[in-house]
Design a protein around this ligand. Structure first.
Ligand code: NDP
Length: 332
């Protein structure tokens, strides 16, 4: 399959170019950047055949099958809609768009055009998370009663651009990280929150956008979820806990881009360390995307999954801004 990169980004350079190339038959034939010189340099560094600043010209290439969109968040919608209109399959970064309504428009456009639109929620591809889901689905902890998500760490200096100073580009920890947590919890429980409360703060990094938030979600089944996302904690570790009637799953260092961490199952029988696969998260995302394009199954996270995670993040933002309890609007 021939791929184009929309966005000469850090995530593409660090993870996605190698993930795309790890699947047999994949080639990256073009990259789009708003800056011609930077785009040419990026293409040279990553051995990509061509670079362009012209989205329409890139999409007019009949050899191009799919695009991976990893520009800043405010650009995802118009770039995805253009790619879909050109008949290309789209793997888009999270958050899919700046609003749930915009994300739904993208999903509907892809369905009408008969192309695949997927969301690059990487965590549900991790061996740790796949194993946690298996344990929950097998009833190893009984009925889940409560979930705690720890996803507040320190944002590396190299990423401290638009994320900490530009609401217009989709900055702030809520669009950046809450979407991942909503997707991950939704993946594990098979349900998404009905309503949320939240308090946000702008501490040492946020300039006009929040750099930390804590929220509480109520699930349709009654399960309570507590989450903490942040950019400013230098010595904290990520984690995820599921507490059920028969046991608990305690996972440490699993809300990350790497196939690492520890998963423990605690029951009346004692504490069991759970082994899991250490495959590359992003390569699995590409593998499933390619399967979906070939008509074999769904992407790991669909466009609709991206709508759901964004709807939760939007509700958390509204709850934090208004100080009220907010019903999540998934847009029908
Ligand atoms: P970057 O800031 O690296 O890239 C975003 C845009 O900024 C690029 O498209 C590029 O514009 C421009 N840019 C990048 N580097 C430079 C530079 N050195 N000088 C000038 N401009 C530059 O963002 P990320 O890669 O961190 O994030 C991109 C998207 O991916 C976001 O939507 C984010 O939410 C998502 N993401 C997802 C992750 C995941 O695990 N699923 C992890 C990280 C990010 P141009 O293309 O015009 O050159």
């Amino acid at each position: 399959m021939n791929w184009g990169l929309i966005g000469a980004s850090t995530i593409a350079a660090g993870h996605m170019i190698s993930a795309i190339r790890s699947c047999a038959g994949n080639q990256i034939i073009s990259v789009l950047s708003a800056n011609a010189e930077r785009g040419a340099e990026y293409a040279k560094t990553h051995d990509i055949r061509s670079s362009t600043t012209d989205l329409e010209a890139m999409l007019a290439d009949p050899n191009l099958d799919a695009v991976y969109i990893s520009t800043t968040n405010e650009k995802h919608k118009f770039q995805a809609l253009a790619a879909i209109a050109a008949g290309k399959h789209v793997l888009c970064e999270k958050p899919l768009a700046m609003s749930c309504a915009d994300a739904l428009e993208m999903v509907n456009a892809a369905e009408e055009a008969g192309v695949v639109l997927a969301t690059n929620h990487h965590l549900r591809n991790a061996g740790s998370h796949l194993k946690i889901k298996e344990l929950i689905d097998a009833g190893r902890i009984g009925n889940v009663q409560a979930v705690r998500v720890f996803h507040a760490v320190y944002l590396p200096e190299s990423l401290q651009g638009w994320r900490i100073n530009s609401a217009a580009a989709g900055g702030g920890v809520i669009p950046d990280i809450v979407v991942h947590d909503a997707d991950t919890v939704g993946f594990h429980l098979g349900e998404y929150p009905l309503e949320v409360t939240a308090i946000e703060a702008s501490g040492s990094l946020g300039q006009g956008v929040e750099d930390s938030v804590m929220s509480v979600w109520k699930m349709p089944s009654g399960i309570l979820v507590q989450t903490h996302e942040g950019f400013t904690l230098r010595h904290a570790e990520t984690g995820l806990e599921f507490h059920g009637t028969k046991g608990s799953i305690i996972a440490k260092n699993v809300m990350t881009q790497q196939p690492i961490g520890q998963v423990e199952l605690r029951t009346a029988d004692g504490v069991e360390e759970i082994k899991f696969s250490d495959h590359n998260l992003y390569a699995r995302s590409i593998d499933h995307f390619m399967g979906a394009v070939a008509g074999q199954g769904q992407p790991a996270a669909t466009g609709r999954d991206g709508v759901r995670s964004l709807a939760v993040a939007a509700a958390v933002k509204q709850a934090a801004t208004t100080g009220t309890r907010v019903a999540v609007n998934y847009g029908g």
